[in-house]
Ligand binder design. Structure first.
Ligand code: DOR
Length: 424
C-alpha cells in the first residue's frame, strides 16, 4: 500500500481540540506521524497549503436506492458522490425495493459496497417487515447480518407498543432505533402548512405532526432506556422536547439536514418541487431555533438525507416525490453557516464527523491521531464551484442548488490510507 505525505495542511480535529498546521504521514492505511517537516522518500506528496484536513465525514442518513431503484442511484454512484463530498462512512436507509428487512438484502448491500471499495456502507434495517408498521423484524439476525441501526425511514412507525418493543430489543443487542418523526395521520400535505400553503391552496404538513412523534419517542426512550435517534428535525418545539428529555438522561441523539438550516418554505417559489422534502422546509422561526440548537449541542449530527429522484418524479408539486440530493453539497452548505457566524469550523467538523461516528460507535472514524486509521478529508474552504452536469456524480440532480454558485470544496478524500477522491 502506498504512502502519502500531506504537507502543511491546517488540521482541525475536534476530538482533540486540535487546530494546527502540520504534516501528516500515512502508511499501511494508518496515520504514521503528525509533525513538522516530515520527510518520506517513497511517499506520494499532497500539497496541503491552503487546505483544511479533518476527520472524514460520516453520514447517518443516505438513500442509495440499491437494490431496486438504480435509475435514481446505485451503490457505486452513491459512493462516488459520498467521497466527492468528503464522506467515507454512510448509513443507508432501508426503503429500497425490496426493503432491507432480511439478512439477504443487508448482505447484498455490504458485499456490493465492499466490491466498490470507496468507503464504508453500513445498512440500516427496517424495524418492521416490509416497513409496514405491523410485525417486527428479527433484530438479532439483522444485526448479525451487518445492520447498524433500525428504522422504517420515510414510513414513521406509528404503533407505540411496537416502538417500545423495538427500543427494548435493540438496547438488548447494543443497537438503536432511528425514526422519521411525522405522525402520518397529521402529515398529509406536500409542503409546510402555513401562509404559503394557504396562498397556493396546497395541503400543508404541520409541525405538530413532527412534535407529537418526537415527544412519544423521547418518552419511550426515557422509560425503556433504549436509544432513539431522531432523524431530520425541522420543528422548533421538537427541539425543546428533545432538550427536556436529554436533560432527564434519556438516550437520545438527533440530526438535522443542511437544507432545513439554509432554506425556508419560500424556496418553493424558486425551486418548486425540488424544494419538496419530508419533513418540509419551514418558516424562519423554526430555522432560528434549529440554528440555536446546533450551537448549544442539542443537535448531535448533520445528516444529508441524500434522497435522489428522477426528473419525472419531480413534476407537479402535489405528485412529486419528496427529497433532495446532498452528499456533494453538505460541505459548502455547512461552510455557509460558518461564514455567517452561526458555528465555528471546529463545530462543523464535530457535527459532520466526530458526533455521527460516536453515535454509530465506529472508532476508525472521527479523529486524526498517530496510529489511527487514515480516514480524512482535505477541503478548500473558499473554492468556488457549481454542481452541474460535469461535476455531479449522482444519477439524479434534484436539488435547489443545481447550477448555483457554491463556496467550499473537497479536494482529496482518503479512506483507510487510500486516495479515493481527488478534485481534478
Ligand atoms: O424527503 C424525503 N425523502 N424524506 C424521507 O423521509 C424519505 C426520502 C426518500 O426516500 O426519498
Amino acid at each position: 500500500m502506498s504512502k502519502i505525505l500531506i504537507k502543511e495542511a491546517r488540521i482541525i480535529d475536534p476530538s482533540q481540540g486540535l487546530d494546527n498546521i502540520k504534516d501528516i504521514l500515512i502508511e499501511k492505511g494508518r496515520i504514521k506521524a503528525i509533525g513538522d517537516d516530515l520527510f518520506e522518500l517513497e511517499a506520494q506528496i499532497i500539497e496541503g497549503k491552503g487546505l483544511i484536513a479533518c476527520p472524514s465525514f460520516v453520514d447517518l442518513h443516505v438513500h442509495l436506492r440499491d437494490p431496486g431503484q438504480e435509475y435514481k442511484e446505485d451503490l457505486q454512484s452513491g459512493m462516488k458522490c459520498a467521497v466527492a463530498g468528503g464522506y467515507t462512512a454512510l448509513v443507508c436507509m432501508p426503503n429500497t425495493k425490496p426493503p432491507i428487512d432480511s439478512p439477504e438484502v443487508a448482505q447484498y448491500i455490504i458485499k456490493k459496497a465492499e466490491g466498490v471499495g470507496l468507503c464504508r456502507v453500513f445498512p440500516s434495517s427496517a424495524i418492521t417487515k416490509g416497513r409496514k408498521g405491523q410485525e417486527l423484524v428479527d433484530f438479532y439476525s439483522m444485526k448479525k447480518a451487518g445492520c447498524v441501526a433500525f428504522t422504517d425511514d420515510g414510513a414513521p412507525l406509528m404503533d407505540s407498543r411496537l416502538m417500545e418493543k423495538a427500543l427494548e430489543l435493540t438496547s438488548q443487542i447494543g443497537s438503536f432505533v432511528m425514526n422519521h418523526c411525522e405522525d402520518d395521520k397529521i402529515a398529509i400535505g406536500h409542503i409546510n402548512e402555513g401562509y404559503i400553503s394557504s396562498l397556493l391552496g396546497i395541503k400543508g404538513r404541520r409541525a405538530s405532526a413532527e412534535d407529537v412523534l418526537v415527544a412519544r419517542d423521547c418518552i419511550l426512550a426515557y422509560h425503556t432506556g433504549g436509544h432513539i435517534h431522531i432523524q431530520h428535525l425541522s420543528s422548533a418545539l421538537s427541539i425543546d422536547i428533545i432538550r427536556f428529555f436529554k436533560d432527564k438522561g434519556a438516550k437520545i441523539t438527533c440530526e438535522v439536514n443542511p437544507y432545513h438550516l439554509l432554506f425556508t418554505e419560500e424556496e418553493i417559489f424558486n425551486s418548486y418541487s425540488n424544494a419538496k422534502v419530508n419533513p418540509p422546509l419551514r418558516e424562519k422561526k423554526h430555522q432560528d431555533v434549529l440554528l440555536e440548537a446546533l450551537k448549544d449541542g442539542t443537535i448531535d449530527c448533520i445528516a444529508t438525507d441524500h434522497a435522489p429522484h428522477a426528473p419525472w418524479e419531480k413534476g407537479l408539486l402535489e405528485k412529486a416525490m419528496p427529497g433532495m440530493i446532498g452528499l456533494q453539497l453538505a460541505l459548502p452548505m455547512m461552510l455557509q453557516l460558518v461564514r455567517e457566524g452561526h458555528i465555528s469550523l471546529m463545530k462543523m467538523v464535530d457535527l459532520m464527523s466526530c458526533k455521527p461516528a460516536k453515535t454509530l460507535g465506529i472508532e476508525d472514524h472521527g479523529s486524526i491521531r498517530e496510529g489511527s486509521k487514515a480516514n480524512l478529508t482535505l477541503f478548500e474552504p473558499e473554492r468556488v464551484w457549481t454542481l452541474n452536469e460535469k461535476s455531479n456524480l449522482s444519477k439524479s440532480k434534484n436539488t435547489p442548488l443545481w447550477n448555483k454558485i457554491l463556496k467550499g470544496k473537497v479536494i482529496y478524500t482518503i479512506f483507510e490510507g487510500r486516495l479515493v477522491y481527488r478534485d481534478v
